[in-house]
Design a protein around this ligand. Structure first.
Ligand SMILES: [Ca+2]
Length: 207
């Protein structure tokens, strides 16, 4: 009886512990389904251009990734956003709604980026619950798919621009409502992204 009971207790304790800590990651967006101007909020300043599409050849999660073909002129800008409270309301295509994500269990966002070692930079912005934009810079200094971890602590509130309605309190207010990609260096190129997740990382893994 005792031999059966002890392992059972151990299993119950381990199960309870696993439940209390929750999952280590949660998929936010993997860009499945239609990718167009109804499902992505995107655009570019006058002389620059941005085209979004689904790439079914190069992907990591599911059937396809998000492909961005861009041409950025000096002093131009562009963006490709997914999530909630955007101008394009139908871009609310996350796998899970923002308020259903247990943000306190996570301390970073991870994503898959297809690098081509161009030395270019892509800004990855998240918009918080108060409308404030926070930025993390993605360096294209590798080739092929790479999982990039973006700890919440390493995002900085954008100083160059914020929406007029944003509460600029320098606090990352949860839930995060949307994210966007913005190629930063003038030129022409292609980027692909996939598997945007909320994750829990160990302190030592932070960069
Ligand atoms: Ca995908």
């Amino acid at each position: 009886m005792k031999k059966v009971f002890l392992p059972l207790v151990a299993v119950v304790i381990l199960f309870a512990a696993a439940c209390s800590f929750g999952p280590k990651e949660m998929l936010i967006d993997s860009f499945e389904g239609d990718i167009n101007n109804k499902t992505v909020d995107y655009g570019a300043s006058n002389t620059s251009s941005l085209v979004v599409s689904a790439d079914r050849e190069l992907k990591v999660c599911g059937e396809q990734s998000l492909r961005l073909d861009y041409q950025l002129k000096t002093s131009g800008y562009m963006w490709a956003a997914r999530g909630y409270n955007l101008d394009v309301k139908t871009a609310a295509k996350w796998e899970v709604e923002p308020n259903k994500i247990p943000w306190k269990n996570f301390n970073a966002i991870s994503l898959q980026m297809y690098g081509q070692n161009t030395g270019s930079v892509v800004a990855f912005d998240i918009k918080d619950a108060a409308g404030e934009y926070w930025r993390f810079l993605l360096d294209d200094d590798f080739s092929g798919w790479k999982e990039i971890t973006c700890p919440f602590d390493n995002f900085f509130a954008r100083k160059d621009w914020q929406p007029e309605k944003a509460t600029r309190n320098d606090i990352l207010d949860f839930p995060i409502m949307s994210f966007q990609f913005e190629p930063r260096l003038p030129g022409k190129g292609v980027y692909r992204f996939d598997c945007v997740k909320a994750i829990k990382i160990q302190e030592k893994k932070k960069r």
